[in-house]
Design a protein. Structure first.
Length: 348
């Protein structure tokens, strides 16, 4: 039934005129609540510009933060971004908690993959709830605990030096070849993600995989950055674990690296949150809104290295090819027991 059928007492011209007026009101005259929300956000943005800066503590590789913060400052040139990489939970979380307890100036925004810490701290009111316009289109299920949005879903990949490895590596068990003994590497246990990765490897590659890999005498590094740098430099032939962002940066510099992404690939979720004790809360809110926006998601995920939680972001990987880990399984007790097994296997 058409609109005209529903309005028998009006002639066609009056009906169209009324609908046109209503359409103009809907498009050009926001509701009072929308106007108020917009006015509130503009006040936050103005206050953020007066604050003039935002400090981020992060886990992601520097190349990602370089890209994201440069684009943020294009949109908000009045807000200078400073960022500091704190890789391990001990350094990252303890630094933030120490600053809060001592009422010290420090981080305004935290970015990591430690969901247990974020869950527990969200219950303590540790984070600001996002209030910007990006919340309207951001997937509700990806806003964890009401205040912690997922910035990216990141797959873990393998990599090898094409100058040194003549027989292509297609899967993780290829690293068990005799010709690679003493020439492979992986990350040590440095965060929940690494515990989850190794357990995932055991489940997907066979219960014997870790023991056989340990027998290859791999070099263990603190994270994937020095690991892939060693492969690129020819100090190692191949790496069991890596990420696209690091590998792509090295390839762009001429490194003879080949990246292999398993399907499905083990993946982690990088999250971001604005700290409630921030000295620059408005700037923190503006950065959080940027990260939840399509523009911010494109800056982080648009280079084919990670997947956005927002559908249709150009350049984003397909999250369906990834297998996210159970973020709440890897408690302190689990890590303690698993580390004993791991260290005995790899360092004993």
């Amino acid at each position: 039934m058409t609109t005209e059928d529903k309005l028998p007492t009006m002639n066609r011209r009056s009906a169209l005129g009324t609908l046109g007026a209503l359409g103009a009101m809907a498009a050009g005259a926001p509701t009072a609540s929308a106007q108020q929300g917009d006015a509130n956000w503009q006040r936050i943005v103005a206050a953020a510009k007066k604050e003039g800066s935002v400090v981020i503590y992060h886990q992601a590789v520097p190349q990602v933060l370089d890209r994201v913060t440069k684009d943020f400052m294009v949109q908000y040139p009045e807000i200078k971004v400073e960022y500091r990489r704190l890789l391990t939970p001990v350094t990252h979380m303890q630094a933030i908690e120490t600053e809060k307890a001592g009422k010290l100036d420090g981080a305004d925004v935290t970015q990591y993959a430690n969901a247990i810490w974020y869950r527990d701290k969200a219950q303590e009111g540790f984070f600001l709830k996002p209030v910007g316009p990006a919340t309207a289109d951001y997937p509700k299920e990806s806003l964890l605990y009401g205040s912690v949005p997922i910035a990216a879903v990141m797959p873990f990949v393998m990599a090898y030096n094409t100058n040194l490895v003549k027989m292509p590596i297609a899967g993780m068990r290829d690293l068990l070849r005799p010709d690679l003994r003493g020439k492979v590497g992986s990350s040590d246990l440095i965060a929940e993600t690494s515990y989850a990765f190794y357990e995932w490897a055991e489940k997907t590659q066979g219960a014997d995989f870790l023991a056989l890999f340990a027998a290859q005498k791999p070099r263990l590094t603190v994270g994937v950055l020095p690991l892939l740098q060693s492969v690129a430099a020819g100090e190692l032939d191949a790496a069991l674990i890596g990420i696209h962002a690091v590998a792509n940066a090295l390839i762009a510099q001429g490194a003879p690296l080949k990246v292999v992404q398993p399907n499905p690939a083990f993946a982690s979720a990088d999250v971001v949150a604005a700290l409630a004790h921030s000295r620059r809360p408005n700037a923190a809110q503006v950065f959080l809104d940027y990260m939840m926006s399509r523009r911010g998601q494109a800056a982080w995920n648009g280079t084919g290295e990670t997947a956005s939680v927002i559908p249709g972001v150009p350049g984003s990987l397909d999250a369906k090819t990834m297998q996210p880990w159970d973020v709440f399984r890897y408690t302190a007790d689990f890590q303690r027991e698993y580390k004993l097994k791991f260290d005995k296997m790899f360092k004993g």
